[in-house]
Write a protein that binds this ligand. Structure first.
Ligand SMILES: [Zn+2]
Length: 75
């Protein structure tokens, strides 16, 4: 059975658009995650994804948490 290499969703999504003519300083990243029974779950980008997001010049990230949503500005 072939198993594709695992890439976090943020990187998979951003890889599809990273070479487009986009002003990434205006881009917001939204990461949504839920448990199998439909409850929101922590989806804060990991350090590697945050670094990738930051390198593209993206400053605003939004993600689900165990109890709702959170927003951060990356400098
Ligand atoms: Zn990650």
């Amino acid at each position: 059975m072939y198993l594709p290499p695992k890439v976090h969703s943020e990187i998979a999504a951003l890889n599809k658009i990273r070479y487009l003519d986009i002003d990434f300083s205006q881009v917001h990243v939204y990461v949504y995650r839920e448990t199998r029974d439909g409850k929101k779950a922590m989806a804060r980008p990991c350090p590697a994804c945050r670094k990738y997001i930051q390198q593209l010049g993206i400053k605003k990230i939004h993600y689900t948490t165990d109890c709702g949503f959170a927003h951060e500005v990356i400098e």
